[in-house]
Design a protein around this ligand. Structure first.
Ligand code: SF4
Length: 448
């Protein structure tokens, strides 16, 4: 086939999976644009699939998307990249609709490889090598719906190898962006109008920067960003219980640190945690959640919990359920265990039958829903500082420091021009229908 078709440079990136992938999409787009490709306004000629591999289903979803794209436009070019391209290469290698497979190990070379492909200079379809040898880490990118908030990737990869997780095989060992570069980038983002930065990564607790013979950690990074930038709001993406150090909590005494935590707990039973190869125990889970509420006023605490892990017995689930029911938090994101081929847990002989898994998931989801509603209603009559977003997100036009979406009432004519400003509101209502959000009325004056 002659690949030198006209308009071949119009592309679209389709993003699957997590926030880190969303961030990487921004990076891919910039890289493509800097190399003569342009983002398609209408129908693209090139589709880049930035895939996810967290479950086997995620890979199947990418395969289905490729088939759909080729049915709609048989002459388009489909490039598969991302985590599934790295760990499930076989699913795409012989798939006729996938024209190029560029794994995470080769992601940075995507425009060059695509150019060569169109010039007929490539003899191979798959570009993949040992991800554990990848040392570099590109920065810049970051895509969020609202330009008043941005995700900033501080590291990639993970050194933990939890038994259920494929991510280290897809993204390699932990690599971090140097602190000085991150300070400079946050200052640039501030100049561009960003007023909230979410520090994100595959495992941000692994953050490390070796400077002048000294290793700097995530706490050092947070401290430096607070001291050397004007960014008014920072959040951290997921943390494990043992990563919530006293020093980190001390840094949260700074008003710029939003009192919002996403705790990667996964279970509250010590034996299940050991089988998952997590490095903490039930006591650490209890201590970390208790510490947050002791040190901070009115925090928002979300948690990830897996139910139906292969070795999880009825008693162990009950232990997790009762332990969590007794602890302070705001919301649980419940994940029924999904077997991921290639992981150690996929080789475990034990398993939890699907009905049990669903039962456990729905019990925990009910617990979460009740708690979330109670916590939501408890916000009525409180005062909050909210950041007005460029576009409405999750049911609100504004986001409070403690992560509640807020609809500002009686300000429709002005709200657009307040985008990027923090304003004070009094919460007057909590609406649980559809997208749960607060309603707030303005307090005091705002400069427009
Ligand atoms: S910490 Fe565990 S679950 Fe998280 S990315 Fe690393 S291996 Fe996966």
């Amino acid at each position: 086939m002659d690949h030198k078709i006209d308009n071949s440079n119009r592309f679209k990136v389709h993003t699957f999976g997590c926030k880190v992938n969303t961030y990487d999409t921004g990076l891919l787009q910039k890289n493509m644009q800097n190399n003569g490709f342009s983002v398609a306004e209408g129908e693209p000629r090139i589709h880049v699939l930035n895939t996810c591999a967290v479950t086997a289903e995620a890979t199947k979803e990418a395969v289905r998307s490729i088939r759909r794209l080729k049915v709609r436009d048989p002459f388009c070019t489909v490039v598969v990249t991302g985590c599934a391209a790295q760990v499930d290469t076989g699913a795409f290698e012989n798939l006729p609709g996938a024209d190029l497979v560029i794994a995470n190990s080769h992601k940075g070379q995507l425009p060059t490889l695509l150019r060569k492909y169109f010039n007929g200079e490539l003899n191979e379809k798959v570009f993949r090598s040992n991800i554990f040898k990848k040392e570099d880490l590109e920065m810049g990118g970051g895509v969020e719906k609202s330009h008043t908030r941005t995700f900033l990737k501080i590291q990639d990869g993970c050194n933990s190898f939890c038994t259920y997780c494929i991510i280290p095989y897809a993204r390699g060992k932990s690599r971090s962006i140097p602190m000085a570069n991150l300070v400079a980038r946050v200052n640039e983002l501030y100049a561009e109008g960003v007023r909230e930065v979410v520090l994100t990564g595959v495992h941000i607790g692994d953050y490390e920067d070796a400077m002048f013979g000294q290793t700097k950690t995530m706490e050092d990074l947070v401290e430096t960003l607070l001291a050397k930038t004007h960014m008014p709001r920072f959040r951290l993406s997921s943390l494990e219980p043992i990563e919530l150090s006293d020093r980190l909590l001390e840094l949260y005494q700074d008003d710029k640190m939003c009192p919002h935590f996403h705790m990667s707990i996964q279970s509250a039973n010590t034996d299940v945690l050991a089988n998952m190869k997590r490095k903490y125990t039930q006591k650490d889970v209890i201590d970390s959640l208790s510490k947050i509420y002791k040190r901070l006023r009115n925090p928002f605490v979300g948690m990830d919990v897996i139910v139906g892990f292969p070795t999880e017995t009825h008693e162990q689930f009950e232990d997790t359920f009762l332990t969590l029911a007794d602890l302070p938090w705001t919301k649980i994101h419940v994940f029924p265990y999904s077997e991921r081929p290639g992981t150690r847990a996929a080789g475990f002989t034990e398993s939890v039958i699907p009905q049990q898994k669903q039962l456990r998931a729905s019990r925990l989801r009910d617990l979460s829903l009740q708690r979330f509603e109670t916590m939501g209603r408890a916000q009525i009559d409180t005062h909050k500082k909210v950041l007005v977003l460029k576009r409405s997100a999750k049911g609100g036009q504004a986001l409070s420091r403690d992560y509640w979406p807020v609809q500002i009432i009686g300000a429709d004519d002005f709200i657009e021009s307040w985008s990027g400003q923090e304003i004070d509101v009094r919460i007057t209502n909590y609406d649980h229908s559809n997208k749960a959000h607060m309603e707030g009325h303005l307090l005091g004056m705002v400069l427009t």
